[in-house]
Design a protein around this ligand. Structure first.
Ligand code: PLP
Length: 403
């Protein structure tokens, strides 16, 4: 952690702010690509963080973009991605967003059901464009995943059994080109990631054979893990390339199809640090509260409603380092809700009002996964830097007043 840089940013921009180290993004993209088969393509999942400066870094290091909304599309364009470098996915795509995506040059869509595919078909026919479609499949085999999205009942994708037993509708304007499987997030080990890829390839083979289309793309998803908001150990993926190459060589699509992967947190989480100011240190009866100027509206842990690994966060005191005795405390934010807590019952060393606190590994599912509208506080500024150079400074607009 670049302590001096963060302190000087706090003096220039005031707290709270997110600081993103672009060189960390480049390192992670290149390290992950080095563990995937040589020909594989890697897509950045914008849902983890759509900040254009980060995405630009992914792009110049050979990545593409997986997007799910018009806002993510605009961010991808801002980052320099062209339409053919984008995969548009997600459930409940509206006619307007499909039309806008087609107009912007997007050709690849991941469809979650025949209703979803029929909307893509309708808009593609309207635009006289052929959309290239991946069917998102929920394989019958359950995966090994932190947050399982397949092998169980799910709102995502086509159940594999359904595709294998029912006829496919005749839809114009689209070409079925491949299969997309997303087993879940935070897959715990290299072995599980490889096993999931094997299962994705199996599902792609069964589905494309039954539906009678040539499978040109297998998007095997990802789920590559990274710690969230703490300095926990990062997974060792060394050796994954050899295992995946072996699978790919043995697979009937080898030589004919492209193998795609997508990743959010693994690429961008390590780049981000949230820096906040201690506004108050309060004792209430038996409990000590450290009150920050940031909370679940800036670091909501996906929903801000219980997903946050409370107690699993790391708080570095930039002002004071590690001094004094450790005390048990709750770290809370400025919102008028007892739910606004980043950690409960954790041990922190001496902490005083006006100290600067840094939370590491929050470059993914940080600001845009938070309750940023709640209580209408300003969004924290987002600062992207490389070395000592500030590359971009951006603040999301919040609140209902006019500027
Ligand atoms: C379909 C899909 N792809 C990619 C991702 C990104 O996951 P992660 O950030 O864990 O890589 C998600 C996350 O929910 C997802 O649902």
């Amino acid at each position: 952690m670049k302590k001096d840089l963060l302190i000087s940013l706090a003096q220039r921009h005031s707290t709270p702010f997110y600081a993103y180290d672009l060189s960390a993004v480049a390192t992670r993209v290149n390290a992950l690509r080095a563990e995937l088969p040589v020909q594989a393509r890697l897509f950045q999942s914008f849902k983890a963080n759509p900040l254009p400066a980060l995405a630009r870094e992914v792009r110049v290091n050979g990545g593409r973009a997986e997007i799910t909304s018009e806002g993510e599309l605009r961010a991808a364009q801002e980052a320099g991605f062209t339409g053919d470098e984008l995969l548009y996915g997600g459930p409940a795509k509206t006619e307007a967003e499909i039309a806008a995506a087609l107009k912007a040059g997007v050709r690849w869509f991941s469809c979650e059901s025949w209703v979803d595919a029929s909307r893509v078909s309708f808009e593609a026919l309207n635009a006289r464009i052929e959309a290239q479609v991946l069917l998102r499949v929920n394989p019958a085999e359950a995966p090994s995943a932190g947050l399982a999205m397949t092998g169980v009942e799910s709102q995502f994708g086509f159940d594999e059994e359904m595709l294998l037993t029912t006829a496919r509708p005749d839809l114009g304007g689209i070409a079925l080109r491949g299969v997309h499987v997303y087993f879940g997030s935070q897959i715990a080990s290299r072995e599980a990631l490889v096993e999931n890829t094997r299962r994705a390839l199996g599902a792609a083979e069964r589905v494309s054979t039954k539906l009678g289309f040539q499978c040109d793309v297998v998007n095997a998803g990802g789920g590559f893990p990274w710690p969230y908001g703490n300095d926990g150990t990062t997974p060792d993926l060394a050796g994954m390339r050899a295992d995946l190459e072996e699978l790919w060589q043995a697979c009937p699509f080898n030589g004919q199809a492209e193998l795609w992967f997508e990743s959010g947190r693994h690429l961008v989480a390590s780049s981000g640090t949230l820096v906040a100011r201690v506004m108050d240190v309060k004792q209430s009866r038996t409990k000590c509260y450290i009150v920050l100027d940031t909370g679940i509206h800036h670091l909501g842990g996906m929903s801000g409603l219980g997903r946050l690994p409370r107690g699993g966060m790391t708080f570095y005191n930039l002002t004071r380092g590690v001094t004094g005795d450790a005390m048990t405390c709750d770290v809370v934010g400025p919102l008028c809700s007892p739910l606004d807590s980043l950690a409960r019952g954790i041990l922190l060393h001496e902490t005083r009002p006006d100290d600067l606190i840094a939370i590491p590994n929050v470059g993914a599912y940080g600001l845009t996964a938070s309750l940023i509208g709640f209580l209408s506080h300003s969004a924290p500024v987002e600062i992207a830097y490389r070395g000592s150079e500030i590359v971009s400074v951006l603040r999301l607009h919040t609140g209902h007043g006019t500027d």
